[in-house]
Design a protein around this ligand. Structure first.
Ligand SMILES: [Cu+2]
Length: 155
């Protein structure tokens, strides 16, 4: 490959990968600082598909230095008894659909925490979609009301 075509190829990749990323937006991404001794933490975000096409969420990952596992869960309220189960994946989002992960609803779960997360920290997670689309998202760690937590039963 000549220098010229290599440069063009590089520009092409830079252009189009960032373009694709700009069309799936994540807002209000935060993780609730876990209580002392807890080995799991819940996270929330608003995912907005602005690609104009259906996209399919297939999973989430976390650096192994932070936690053993990242998962997507949903909270179920059965007769006042809160429980949760893995969110069925893959999960399709229609063009322009917004999917909210909120306390008491769908949420992100880090389990097997290997580090202390305190308010003010930032944790980077990666969301995976079909068609080799992935997106890293910065989650701000915030103190939260643990009484309205989703998973007291976790530990
Ligand atoms: Cu959970």
């Amino acid at each position: 490959m000549t220098l010229f075509t290599r440069t063009l190829a590089g520009l092409w990749l830079a252009c189009c990968s960032s373009l694709a990323l700009a069309q799936i937006t994540v807002e209000d991404a935060w993780l609730r600082a876990p209580v002392a001794m807890s080995t799991s933490a819940a996270g929330y975000m608003t995912l907005h598909n602005q690609t104009g096409q259906p996209i399919t969420l297939t999973g989430i990952s976390v650096s192994p230095q932070i936690a053993a596992k990242a998962g997507l869960h949903q909270t179920l309220d059965k007769d006042g008894l809160m429980s949760m189960r893995p969110l069925p994946l893959p999960l399709k989002l229609a063009g322009d659909e917004t999917l909210a992960f909120t306390p008491g609803g769908k949420h992100i779960m880090l389990s097997g925490l290997k580090t202390t997360l305190t308010a003010g920290d930032t944790v980077t997670l990666t969301l995976y979609f079909t068609d080799s689309i992935n997106q890293t998202v910065s989650f701000a760690v915030k103190a939260g009301n643990t009484m309205q937590g989703d998973h007291q039963h976790h530990d």
